[in-house]
Design a protein around this ligand. Structure first.
Ligand code: SAM
Ligand code: ZN
Ligand code: ZN
Length: 321
């Protein structure tokens, strides 16, 4: 754990969320062309911490990326002719869909790039106040474990802290889903999450159902079910960091967690839920009850056949997300 104040109760994040990325009346707008080399648009020496900044403490996302690119060009990890477009993947936190380009307050951005080295990353953290974490990796490689046979993939944390929070609208209110972005896959926020839309339809069919969140990741769907009044939710994932995040997210969303002692597989429990860390095949032999719903959410490209087969032995209704 980063040990800092990166994790807050969701209600505290939501308090001022509408203003979080909004410019004040004096914030400076910029007009960089994202696909043209930055050096053809500005003298890089002009870019520092004061460049494009406002007394409210925010800077336009493009200014922040320009600052990062200047440091990358200086550090020799990007060519002189690089553009804002190919600088890095910007991951804002808290993450939610913004109608226009965000103006960033301090510590609101984690960046991902394959080109970075540690020295450059440390300089970015020191000099670019909006950046809280720097990851080395490629968006094409999904983080975590694709299935029981695959070896896990993680992004290397080069500097800072990579804890982010996704803001997710659910039928029963907003939840905050924290994740160490180097160990948990990236989901880009959408106004209407297709996963949550599927969940909404299913939950209408049942009254206080029991739910098995078979491949829970950081716990999004199961927590949405608890919020919607599910009488019991079993969370499970094969990837230990996902289970760790599920426990953190339960707490952050108002569901106190008791860490378990030495029971095999059972990591934690609380009022109306249990959290397991197992391969689904093993979990099947472990659970001796039938659930109303089993949620199966696998990574794109993973064959869901076996997951669905096993799920259908455990639940009345299998929902492939
Ligand atoms: C797409 S993610 C789930 C995301 C989650 N439903 C959410 O919305 O936050 C797929 C998950 O399946 C898990 N997984 C893959 N193979 C598994 C297995 N054999 N048993 C249990 N979990 C598995 C991965 O670790 C990953 O967290
Ligand atoms: Zn942190
Ligand atoms: Zn301002």
């Amino acid at each position: 754990m980063c040990g800092s104040e990166c994790i807050k109760h969701t209600s505290l994040i939501l308090k001022d969320i509408d203003l979080f990325y909004k410019p004040c009346t004096e914030c400076k707008r910029v007009n960089f062309k994202k696909f043209s080399p930055l050096i053809s648009q500005i003298n890089l020496d002009e870019i520092d911490n004061t460049f494009g900044s406002c007394k409210c403490g925010k800077r336009h996302l493009d200014v922040v990326i320009a600052h990062i690119l200047k440091i990358m060009i200086d550090g020799g990890v990007k060519g002189e002719k690089s553009t804002l477009r190919d600088t890095c993947v910007p991951l804002i936190t808290p993450a939610y869909p913004t109608a226009s380009v965000p103006f960033l307050p301090p510590d609101s951005l984690v960046i991902l790039s394959d080109d970075l080295d540690k020295k450059c990353a440390e300089r970015i953290i020191k000099e670019v106040r909006e950046v809280k974490g720097v990851l080395k990796g490629n968006l094409k490689n999904t983080v975590g474990m694709r299935d029981a046979e695959s070896s896990p993939h993680i992004y290397e944390l080069l500097a800072g802290c990579d804890m982010r929070c996704d803001i997710v609208q659910t039928p029963s209110g907003v939840i905050g889903i924290y994740k160490y972005q180097g160990k948990i896959h990236i989901e880009f926020p959408k106004v209407k999450s297709p996963k949550i839309e599927i969940l909404k339809t299913i939950l209408r069919e049942f009254d206080h159902p029991s739910v098995l969140d078979f491949t829970c990741g950081p716990g999004t769907l199961g927590i949405a079910c608890l919020k919607a009044g599910a009488r019991k939710v079993i969370f499970n994932d094969i990837w230990p960091p996902a289970v760790e995040m599920t426990m953190i997210n339960l707490e952050a969303n108002g569901f106190p967690v008791k860490i378990s002692g030495n029971e095999e597989g059972l990591m934690a429990s609380g009022d109306g839920f249990e959290v397991y860390c197992m391969d689904i095949i093993k979990l099947k032999d472990f659970l001796d009850e039938k659930f109303d719903i089993c949620l199966v959410d696998v990574f794109p490209g993973v064959d869901s056949k076996e997951f669905v087969e096993i799920a259908s032995k455990l639940a009345q209704k299998v929902v492939l997300i």
